[in-house]
Ligand binder design. Structure first.
Ligand SMILES: C[S@@+](CC[C@H](N)C(=O)[O-])C[C@H]1O[C@@H](n2cnc3c(N)ncnc32)[C@H](O)[C@@H]1O
Length: 417
């Protein structure tokens, strides 16, 4: 049985990206046993051929092994930040409609919370489009009904309940005006490009799925999401997903607890042409349009100084340092680097501090910091390309060439964009 179970676990990982150890071997074993009984299969091999040949069985098995835990306004801060960002970036600049994707949407609490948050801003149907996707067909059917039990409402703030739901015998029925604003479909995040042919988004919620993936699969999915986001786009992740896998494609924005990330727009550029994101003009205020959002929404310095730096805040701290450096205050940027470098394991922080040193003309120190970024994430694209440029400019052409070739091998040959 164990060998056959491994077969199913490997198949599951390949199809969905989900690592068996993250959902639990026991959950998978129980699902197989239950589905075998339902289908009157006597051995796992017979069940496996059923599973891999019948769409209906695939759906039933996926429903058993996926964790669909979710609730309205989960974590709260992301939705507050969403409202703030949509107001600033789309309403005030008259750039509506805003296109939002929620993947995975589970039973609908997340995309409907987005619809409610946008309705609360006074936006209506023509102002936004919300697409919602999940691999679990059963859960999508439930989402379309828009009927919930009290368990779906766990946040402190429940003022929205009276306005958007009709209560009947322990159930809450979402009003049609909100229900009609979300387009649900069944789909797999690993096939995001096929799902979204021709469609690009301003905001993508991809929360509490990447935790089930290994680093490589996380990067694959983040690359696809990066491609699907428009230039000013924002990604929202779950709190346990705001980790270093994101740094290659995104930079942290918004308040602590939003777990929001702006799209880095220089990822696809060739390293030779790639400008440093930090200017070396010490006394001139640099107006960096790309960082408009970060400048608008990032935390004040004093907030950072009050709280101890930790992993979750690392992306936000890195963008804060970058913002300060771009404002021309390299002294303050340096002071922040000293503050965080002593206990950081975040490659983005090392990388940004390397940029600060580069802007000061301290090439040796910059090299050391790019190497530290690579120690924590050997795949850090920007650290690799900047290290190559740093070495090249100092005459270490052979090593620079080696690094450039490895970048081409790692990132540019397997580009599917
Ligand atoms: C824990 S829920 C997260 C729901 C919501 N995003 C949230 O944070 O509350 C995880 C969902 O991921 C879905 N899922 C798992 N693998 C997937 C895949 N490869 N593509 C799309 N959805 C997937 C599951 O069906 C499940 O509904």
């Amino acid at each position: 049985m164990q060998v056959s179970l491994n077969l199913i676990e490997n198949w599951l990982a390949e199809k969905t990206g989900i690592l068996p150890e993250r959902v639990g071997h026991e959950l998978i074993r129980q699902a197989v046993v239950a589905r075998m009984a339902e289908n009157e299969c006597e051995d796992v091999e017979t069940y496996f051929s059923l599973l891999t040949s019948l769409d209906q069985e695939y759906d039933a098995f996926i429903a058993e092994v996926t964790v669909s835990e979710t609730w309205f306004f989960r974590d709260e801060v992301p939705y507050q930040f969403l409202a703030e960002v949509v107001q600033q970036q789309w309403v005030q600049t008259k750039s509506l409609p805003c296109h939002v994707l929620s993947i995975p949407s589970s039973s609908g609490e997340e995309p409907y919370s987005i619809a409610i948050a946008l309705s609360e801003l006074g936006l209506d149907k023509k102002d936004y489009v919300i697409d919602a996707v999940d691999i679990n067909r059963e859960i999508i059917e439930k989402a379309r009904k828009g009927i919930y039990r009290p368990h779906s409402f766990r946040g402190k703030d429940q003022k929205f309940l009276d306005r958007y739901f009709k209560k009947t015998e322990g159930e809450y029925h979402l009003i049609d005006a909100v229900k009609n604003r979300v387009n649900f479909s069944v789909g797999n995040v690993l096939q995001l490009d096929d799902l979204c042919i021709g469609r690009f988004y301003d905001i993508i919620f991809c929360r509490n799925l990447l935790i089930y993936y290994d680093h490589k699969t996380q990067l694959q999915v983040l690359k696809k999401i990066h491609h699907r986001l428009r230039p000013n786009g924002i990604l929202f992740t779950g709190h346990a997903e705001a980790n270093s896998s994101l740094n290659q494609y995104f930079t942290g924005v918004g308040p602590i607890g939003a777990f929001a990330f702006a799209k880095r727009n220089n990822v696809a550029e060739k390293f030779d042409a790639m400008p440093s994101r930090i200017s070396n003009s010490n006394n001139k205020k640099v107006k960096n349009k790309k960082n408009r959002l970060e400048n608008n929404v990032s935390l004040s310095l004093s907030d950072y100084q009050k709280r101890r730096y930790n992993e979750f805040r690392a992306p936000e701290m890195a963008s804060k340092i970058e913002e300060v450096a771009n404002s021309g205050d390299l002294g303050e940027a340096n002071r922040l680097c000293q503050l965080v470098l002593s206990d950081s394991t975040d490659p983005e922080v090392y990388y940004v501090c390397g940029l600060v040193k580069e802007a000061e003309g301290a090439s040796h120190r910059a090299e050391a910091l790019f190497r530290m970024a690579l120690k924590w994430n050997p795949e850090h694209y920007n650290a690799l390309t900047h290290l190559a440029a740093n070495l090249q400019s100092r005459g270490f052409s052979a090593e620079a060439k080696k690094i450039k070739q490895s970048v081409i091998r790692k990132f540019e040959n397997n580009s599917d964009e």
